[in-house]
Design a protein around this ligand. Sequence first.
Ligand code: FES
Length: 105
Amino acid sequence: PKITFIDPDGHRHDLEAEEGQSVMKVAVAHGVPGIEADCGGACACATCHVYVDPDWAAAAGSPQGDEAAMLEFAVEPQPTSRLSCQIKMGPALDGLLVRIPLSQH
Ligand code: FES
């Protein structure tokens, strides 16, 4: 599935994700700046915070449980905020667009 990141400097990164790969892992694997992912994907740091494009918010789903709790520690959360380690790429998200916040701390 394809995914596009807009990094904190406004640069666009059009990438091909692997099926089942988390959005965080895609960013890290391709060196997209602005995703720190201090906890390595354990839903325990909130430094993989992204803003899902509003057109994709329904497909990406809402944060649940641990993710919703951890998002309270994210910097400047917005209604479509997610922790990118908790979004798994698949056919339903082919073409996903996410923006990376200016800061993770
Ligand atoms: Fe730490 Fe996503 S990598 S919460």
